[in-house]
Write a protein that binds this ligand. Sequence first.
Ligand code: PLP
Length: 397
Amino acid sequence: MASRLASIGVSQILRITALASDLKRNGKDVIVLGTGEPDFDTPEYIKDAAKCAMDNGATKYTALDGTPELKGAICAKFKRDNGLEFAQNEITVSAGAKQVLFNAMMATLEPGDEVILPTPYWVSYADIVLIMGGKPVFVPCQEANGFRLTADDLVRAITPRTRWVIFNSPSNPSGAAYSEADYRPILDVLLAHPHVWLMVDDIYEHIVYDDFRFVTPVALEPSLRNRTLTINGVSKAYAMTGWRIGYAGGPRALIQAMAVVQSQSISCPSSISQAAAIAALNGSADIVTERCRSFQARRDLAVRSLNKIEGITCRVPEGAFYTFAGCAALIGTTTPDGECINSDIDFAEYLLRSVGVAVVPGSAFGLAPYFRISYATSASQLEDACQRITIATSQLS
Ligand code: PLP
């Protein structure tokens, strides 16, 4: 295998998933709280648009970084939801937000270039940077600051080699989101460091709770527009993870460079999925709002139940569908089998083996001792899982 893969280890997420599958195969009743996708189905009107597109012959290659019709819908979305004006040649469409990110990194990173990652971070950010020969710079974000990066921490992390800083609000894994007041001091730091580019991953934009007002940095600081890539997609808001459509708005030169990368990799996103994405973006927001209410009820259930468990603390997340709970008080305890819980990895493994609940240790996202649960699952499964976690932790001594 190529040496560029050597820096990427097997992730804790894959390890836990593999263990959960093994246990399931052996007949154990396992509740998996690890998935990063909505449990809802894609709305019917979106599926209908895809069927209609196929019937009307939209089955060929398209323009390489998105059809003009989809780019038009994306421009309208950015204007409507975020107050951002983009021309079509400032928009790129790819096979998911992940591929957008991959294209951007491939188009811009030289070996050794640094990318600042507020930590806990979505695992793919670090791995994509490593694949490109770049250097992820992990900056721990304390729970006391809501798992958000502070301006001081950002200043300390910037070096002459810094190429990008990535913000993901609401965040996977912490669910933390940046308000206008949270972003302001950070944007001021960026204004003072013109060589640093800003990548924002707004994929969970529509999944926010308690009247939290989502904002995206360029809307707050338009002068950063010529060095910001604003990434979004239809996977999470419209339950379209399998359709693989993500998009971004950014400076024309960057968008063109990303198109070059795309032209020699996927050629273009799926024609049918692009037609479906147009229907999603142009459709009514009602279904998104309704599903968000359902996620909020499950978030409340998860946070309430976790906080009742001795040794576990859980901050109330502003968005996405994850809780990032602390288990510091359980480190150093012993299981009924006499094994010591030395880390959040041990704790996650103990939960899986003892009561069949699969969670992802915070270490997988660069911050310990925590564990992430995805509450994009039914309320009854969530209740069952929390009861099982209560039993498992009560047996630690
Ligand atoms: N960004 C974040 C923070 C995510 O959590 C995910 C998926 O889990 C993605 C991007 C990928 O989205 P897509 O399905 O559009 O590739």
